[in-house]
Design a protein around this ligand. Structure first.
Ligand SMILES: [Zn+2]
Length: 241
């Protein structure tokens, strides 16, 4: 029988070790799909083959169950879409709206399908856009959203562009038409819906060059917080312009 102080210490130690495993293993590679795991809810996740994996203290994986591919695919398609409505920062006119949806890719797992429309951008240019660490838009210059969303263990990887080594939040550039409008459409295998929910997004003034540390994309022109999209059609029809 443990004495009371010892048992309290034991519980604390277990809680701390769980918390450490959560942070430290943030970025463990899914052995099935080769994707990095963004969200380790309670230290478990479903890999790209539908196996339920748990993350051990040394960041190795142990299979603890199996969800068949049909179930995993259904869960992917049924994931609740996310939305981010961009509002201009100070001295900017940039606005936009982005939707994130689950997209099942056979033998790869659940990816994220990103679509977006933007207006009030700088005509005829290319402007970088990223998911940032925090969904905090307190400051009107976009700075309270922090740096690019990424895995702390991947700091050596640094900044990049889609298709290469990158921060998870590095979505590349928006090609802006001569009327200041841009459209985005991409499938991303680095982010997950759970991983980006509640984080911030930024449209930058200049082109993301893919260089260190953040692509030299300049000032922050518009910002938003990623949240659950309303199923009501007015959320599409009544976008503020
Ligand atoms: Zn970056």
């Amino acid at each position: 029988m443990l004495t009371k102080p010892v048992s309290v210490l034991f519980v604390l130690a277990v809680l701390l070790s769980t918390a450490c495993a959560f942070d430290y293993c943030y970025g463990t590679v899914d052995p099935c799909s080769g994707r990095r795991v963004v969200t380790l809810k309670y230290g478990e996740f479903v890999d790209g083959c539908g196996k339920v994996q748990t993350v051990l203290g040394d960041c190795t994986l142990k299979q603890i169950g199996f969800v068949n591919t049909i179930q995993a695919r259904r869960a992917c398609w049924r994931s609740h879409p996310l939305v981010c409505n961009f509002h201009p920062t100070v001295n900017s006119t940039a606005r936009g709206r982005v939707i994130f949806r689950g997209l099942w890719v056979p033998r790869k797992g659940c990816h994220v399908y990103v679509t977006g429309q933007f207006w009030g951008l700088t005509p005829g240019t290319s402007q970088g856009w990223h998911i940032h660490a925090y969904g905090d838009i307190t400051k009107n210059n976009g700075k309270s959203t922090g740096g690019h969303f990424t895995n702390p263990r991947m700091e050596k990887t640094g900044h990049g562009l889609p298709g290469g080594r990158r921060h998870w939040g590095d979505l590349g550039n928006l090609d802006v038409r001569r009327d200041g409008v841009a459209h985005a459409r991409l499938v991303d295998d680095q982010i997950t819906l759970q991983g980006i929910l509640g984080r911030g997004m930024i449209i930058h003034a200049k082109q993301d060059q893919g260089t260190q540390p953040t692509g030299a994309a300049g000032a922050r022109m518009a910002q938003c917080v990623i949240g659950y999209r309303s199923p009501k059609p007015w959320s599409v029809l009544h976008v503020e312009r």
